[in-house]
Design a protein around this ligand. Sequence first.
Ligand code: ADP
Ligand code: ZN
Length: 211
Amino acid sequence: MKLILLGAPGAGKGTQAEIICDRLGIPAISTGNIIREAIKTGTEAGLKAKSYVDSGGLVPDEIVVDMLKERLAQDDCKDGYVLDGFPRNVAQAQTLDKMGVVIDRVIDIEVSDERIVNRMSGRRVCSSCGSSYHTVYKAPVKKPGFCDRCGGELTIRSDDKPETVRERLNVYHDQTEPLKDYYHAAGKLFIVEGQEELEDTTKLTLAAIEA
Ligand code: ADP
Ligand code: ZN
C-alpha cells in the first residue's frame, strides 16, 4: 500500500500518518521531518534547506527529491509507505511517476485556513523523533511536555509563528493544492473533511483507505 496524505500545513497529516502507519505496519515518511533532521545535524543538504524552511517557502525540488529517494531505498519501505508532505507541487508528483512509484490512494484532509491559523499556536513536535502533538487536540499522555513515543522534549517549530504560517498557507494554495486535480484526474483522490476531534478525522481517514 502506497499512500499520499495531502492537506494544508497543520491539517493533521502528520498525526494521521502516524496512526495509519501503526495500523498498517508501514512507515510514515515525512519530508518535513527529514528536512528538520538534516538541518539539526547540519548536513550539506540541511544547510541549503534551512533558509527556505524558515521563510515558509518550499525547499528546492532536487534537494527534497534526493532525500526522499534515499529514504525510500531503505528496507522498511519495501511493503509500502505513507508519504506526508511529499509531493508538494506538480513537478514533484511527476518525479514520483517517473521514478515508477505507483500510488494507490491520495487522501486529502480539508481544513479551512481560519481553523489552521487558530490551531497552529498549539502545535508541538518531539525534538528527538519528530512525532507531532497539540496542546489541545493531542497532548502527551505520559508526561506533560515530553514525547509519549520516545521521551524526547516537545518544542515549538520555528516556522509555526503566525507570519510564517500565513506564507506557508499561500504556498499551499498556489503550489500544493493543484495536486488535487492531478490526482483526481488519475482517479486516486479521496477527500476527508478534517474534524474538530482528531479521532473523528482518523475514522474518516481509515474509511477512505479501506473503502
Ligand atoms: P507542514 O505540513 O506543517 O507544512 P512539514 O513538516 O511537512 O510541515 O514541512 C515543513 C517545511 O519543510 C515546509 O514549509 C517546506 O519548507 C519544507 N518541505 C517539506 N516537504 C517538502 C517538499 N516535499 N518540498 C519542498 N519543501 C518541503
Ligand atoms: Zn519522540
